[in-house]
Design a binder for this molecule. Structure first.
Ligand code: PLP
Length: 406
């Protein structure tokens, strides 16, 4: 392995702390990731050296801040290989990006009787905004079903496409059980009928190389906080040809070109979709996070995380009465499981006392839990600052749970 995990961990101040007098083992990465000092320092630099509202100022600080904000946009565009930086819109996060898409795309292109296709495995963020749109427009939501392993049935997806389909929207990786969906195939099939596809990349941007042009996604969204950046910043990428036609989501400053009391003309891309003062500190922090990943090397990260995930699957599979929920062929970094009939919340409480942070519950994917006929799971999500030793500690904590509840 060409990167040194010990050295990487030194970059993350929070990983040095103890919980209940035990070293912190942080496996709640799918909910949010920890931040390297490079990100914290980049944000401190803004507040302590260049803070000023962007775009409208003629003074030195405003100029510098605007420059760094726009450079951050270019950084994001480069990281996902967007054809143009004006295809990158800064939002508050994945949820905000999907709501933007549901409103702007929905108001522009979706009418009564039209159809949107979504999967049965979505985070509520990629389901509820489309339900709301369909409610507003009297449109129909069609659902791609899945199998018992937690994989989407692509053949069934093909059958759902009709002349009324306006958009397909799908997560790249399931946050609840880690399935990596065959988005390339879905996009290819949808594009044969000229239907655009939105990919929710909240759980993929940190685990694989994203090339929106190669993938040919029409829209790609993600949150900064899940990719080692700050909270309150996210990305809505859209192909220029769609963004040009879509109506703005919010009105206000920045998104206008000319305002009279009667009428407003809108600004060019990307500003048309960025009403109000953007989270420029967050954007600069996000760029620092992406730069950190670049320097670490995505190929190193991917190889190490694969090894760690495989180790986790094999260690957990050895534990008696432990059931992995979701056994997809293509899995990314998420291990979701149940220990016998012990309630995930009870198990999570005991695991926590061992200094291990896992998430318990339905993971904002209630329809998926309904499919498996369970209330929730215990979820450990691994990233490149985790270690095999930490997985062993999790396994010990699971044994402790069994001792307590048997
Ligand atoms: N989509 C997926 C797949 C997620 O995992 C999450 C968060 O867990 C979201 C959307 C929502 O992200 P955020 O809360 O950052 O807006």
């Amino acid at each position: 392995m060409s990167f040194d995990v010990k050295k990487i961990r030194e970059d993350f101040p929070i990983l040095q702390r103890e919980i209940y007098n035990k070293p912190l083992v942080y496996f709640d990465n799918a909910a949010t990731t920890q931040k390297p000092r490079q990100v914290i320092e980049a944000m401190e630099h803004v507040y302590s050296r260049i803070n000023s509202n962007i775009h409208r100022g003629v003074h030195f600080l405003s100029d510098r801040c605007t420059e760094e904000f726009e450079r951050s946009r270019e950084m994001v565009a480069g990281f996902i290989n967007a054809a143009h930086s004006h295809e990158v819109i800064f939002t508050a996060g994945t949820t905000a990006s999907i709501n933007l898409a549901a409103f702007s795309f929905g108001e522009t292109f979706v009418g009564e009787g039209d159809e949107i296709i979504v999967s049965a495995m979505e985070h509520h963020s990629n389901l509820v905004p489309w339900q709301m749109l369909c409610g507003r427009k009297k449109a129909k939501l069609k659902i791609i079903p899945l199998n018992e392993k937690g994989e989407l049935l692509v053949e069934e997806f093909e059958k759902l496409i009709s002349a009324r389909t306006k958009l397909v929207t799908l997560s790249h990786v399931s946050n609840a059980i880690g399935t990596r969906h065959p988005v390339e195939k879905v996009i290819e099939l949808a594009h044969k009928k000229d239907i655009p596809v939105l990919i929710d990349g909240a759980q993929s941007i940190q685990h694989e190389v994203i090339d929106v042009q190669k993938m040919d996604a029409d829209f790609f969204v993600f949150s900064g906080h899940k990719v080692y950046g700050p909270t309150g910043i996210g990305v809505f990428y859209g192909k220029e040809k769609w963004l040009e036609k879509m109506m703005p989501y919010q009105g206000g400053g920045e998104m206008i070109s000319r305002v009279t009391l009667e009428k407003t003309s809108y600004n060019r891309l990307p500003f048309k979709f960025e009403a109000g003062t953007p989270n420029y500190v967050g954007a600069i922090g996000l760029a620092a996070a992406l730069q950190y990943l670049r320097e670490t090397g995505m190929e190193n990260i991917i190889a190490y995380e694969r090894e760690l995930t495989d180790y986790g699957v094999s260690k957990l599979s050895e534990i008696d009465n432990l059931r992995l929920v979701g056994t997809p062929r293509e899995r990314t970094s998420v291990l979701s499981f149940l220990i016998d009939d012990i309630h995930p919340y009870d198990a999570g409480m005991v695991i926590d006392k061992m200094g291990v942070a896992v998430r318990t519950g339905n993971h904002c994917a209630e329809p998926l839990m309904d499919f498996f006929k369970i209330r929730g799971t215990i979820r450990a999500s691994v990233v490149f600052y985790n270690t095999k030793k930490e997985i062993d500690i999790l396994c010990d904590a699971i044994e402790k749970v069994k001792q307590m509840f048997y």
